[in-house]
Ligand binder design. Structure first.
Ligand SMILES: Cc1cc2nc3c(=O)[nH]c(=O)nc-3n(C[C@H](O)[C@H](O)[C@H](O)COP(=O)(O)OP(=O)(O)OC[C@H]3O[C@@H](n4cnc5c(N)ncnc54)[C@H](O)[C@@H]3O)c2cc1C
Length: 327
C-alpha cells in the first residue's frame, strides 16, 4: 500500500469537498476499497472516511409516509435484521458475503462496489475496463463472467442489494440529486470504465424505497459455489403487483450476469396479465436467457440462471418452488 492522507470529515458537505480533491476516494466500510488499494489498483492521495460523518440519518432506517429512507451507512447486517425493510431486500442482504463483512459493509458501498472479474482485479492485467485494449475474459478464464452485453468487457455487477433495489423502484439519493436505481448503474454499451453515474465529490446519502413498494410481492434467489464467503454466480429478483390472480406489473432483475443489474423487460411484459403458474414461470425463465451470449466456460450460468429465475417467480407469487420433476 502507498502513502495517503486520511481525511475525517464531520459533515457530508466537508466529505464532498474533500472527495472532490484530485485523486481522492471515499471510504465507507472499506471492504471493497481496501481490497483494491492492497492490490494497488486504487492509489489515492486522499482517503475520505465517511464513517466520521456524525449524522444519525446516515445510519438509520426510517419509515415515513412517503416510504422507507435507508441511510447510506446502514450496514448489510442492519438491513438483514430490519423488520421494516422489504423482505426481499433483507433476504438479499442476509445472504451476502459473511456475517463479519455484513457487519461492516454499508448499503451505499455495496451498490457502489467495483465489479467482479479477476482480470480487472489483478494489477498484472491492463484490461479494457482499466484503459487497456483487451478484455482478457473473452478468450481467457471466463467461468464467472457476464452473459449479456459482454462483447467489450465481461465483468459482472455483484452487489446483492442492487437487483432488489432496482426491482423495488428505489431511488439513490445523493448530496446533489435523486437517481432512479435503474439509472444509477452504467452499462458497458455506455462506458466500460465506470459502474455508476456518481460524479466527483458526489456522495450517496440515502436509498429511498417508495411506499408503493409495500404492495409488491417479491422474492430474491441466488446460487453460488459456496453458501457463505462468496458472491452469487447468478441471482434473480422478481417483484410482482397482482390484480386478483393476474400479474398487473412485474419487475424481473438478474444479478451477476451483466455489468449492471440486468432488467429483462421482455419477460416483465410477457408475465403481465397472466397468472403465475409453474409453466408460465418456466417459459419466462427460458425467455429471459434466450439472448444470453455465454463464453466457453460459463454456459452453465444459463441453465443455472433459468432455474433461479423460475424459483424467484414462483416464490414471489407464494407458490412452491420445487416441482416433483425437480428444478
Ligand atoms: C469474501 C467476500 C465475499 C463477498 N460477497 C458478497 C456478496 O455475496 N454480495 C455482495 O453484494 N457483496 C459481497 N462482497 C462485497 C462486499 O459486500 C462489498 O465490498 C461491500 O458491501 C462494500 O461496502 P463498503 O461499505 O465496505 O464499501 P467501501 O469498500 O467503503 O466502498 C466501496 C466503493 O463505494 C464507494 N462508496 C462507498 N460509500 C459511498 C457513498 N455513500 N457515496 C458514494 N460512494 C460511496 C467507495 O468510494 C468505493 O468506491 C463480498 C466481499 C468479500 C471480501
Amino acid at each position: 500500500m502507498r502513502n495517503f492522507s486520511y481525511v475525517m470529515p464531520q459533515t457530508i458537505e466537508a466529505a464532498s469537498i474533500a472527495a472532490a480533491q484530485k485523486n481522492s476516494v471515499l471510504k465507507a466500510g472499506g471492504i471493497d476499497l481496501l481490497d483494491l488499494m492492497k492490490g494497488d489498483l486504487v492509489r489515492p492521495d486522499h482517503l475520505v472516511n465517511l464513517l466520521s460523518v456524525g449524522s444519525p440519518a446516515l445510519r438509520e432506517v426510517a419509515v415515513k409516509d412517503d416510504g422507507l429512507h435507508i441511510g447510506a451507512l446502514v450496514t448489510l447486517a442492519q438491513l438483514a435484521a430490519s423488520s421494516t425493510v422489504p423482505s426481499v431486500l433483507a433476504h438479499a442482504a442476509s445472504v451476502a458475503a459473511t456475517p463479519q463483512i455484513r457487519n461492516v459493509a454499508t448499503v451505499g458501498g455495496n451498490i457502489a462496489q467495483r465489479p467482479r472479474c479477476w482480470y480487472f482485479r489483478s494489477a498484472t492485467f491492463n484490461c479494457a475496463r482499466k484503459g487497456g485494449n483487451t478484455c482478457f475474459a473473452q478468450e481467457g478464464d471466463n467461468r464467472y463472467h457476464a452473459l449479456f452485453d459482454n462483447g467489450d468487457c465481461a465483468v459482472v455487477q455483484a452487489s446483492s442489494t442492487a437487483s432488489p433495489l432496482v426491482a423495488l423502484g428505489a431511488t439513490v439519493v445523493t448530496n446533489r440529486r435523486r437517481i432512479a436505481a435503474g439509472e444509477f448503474f452504467v452499462p458497458t454499451s455506455v462506458d466500460i470504465t465506470k459502474e455508476h453515474v456518481l460524479g466527483e465529490g458526489e456522495i450517496i446519502s440515502e436509498i429511498f424505497i417508495p411506499a408503493s413498494a409495500r404492495a409488491l410481492k417479491a422474492a430474491y434467489r441466488e446460487a453460488g459455489e459456496r453458501e457463505s464467503n462468496d458472491w452469487a454466480l447468478v441471482s434473480a429478483t422478481v417483484a410482482l403487483d397482482f390484480d386478483g390472480a393476474l400479474v398487473k406489473t412485474a419487475r424481473v432483475v438478474l444479478g451477476a450476469v451483466a455489468a449492471v443489474p440486468y432488467r429483462v423487460i421482455s419477460v416483465e411484459e410477457a408475465l403481465r396479465g397472466k397468472p403465475i403458474t409453474a409453466a408460465n414461470a418456466a417459459r419466462a425463465a427460458e425467455g429471459a436467457f434466450a439472448k444470453a451470449k455465454p463464453f466457453a466456460l460459463n454456459t452453465y450460468k444459463v441453465s443455472l440462471g433459468k432455474t433461479i429465475l423460475k424459483r424467484a417467480i414462483l416464490a414471489a407469487a407464494g407458490q412452491p418452488e420445487l416441482s416433483t420433476a425437480g428444478g
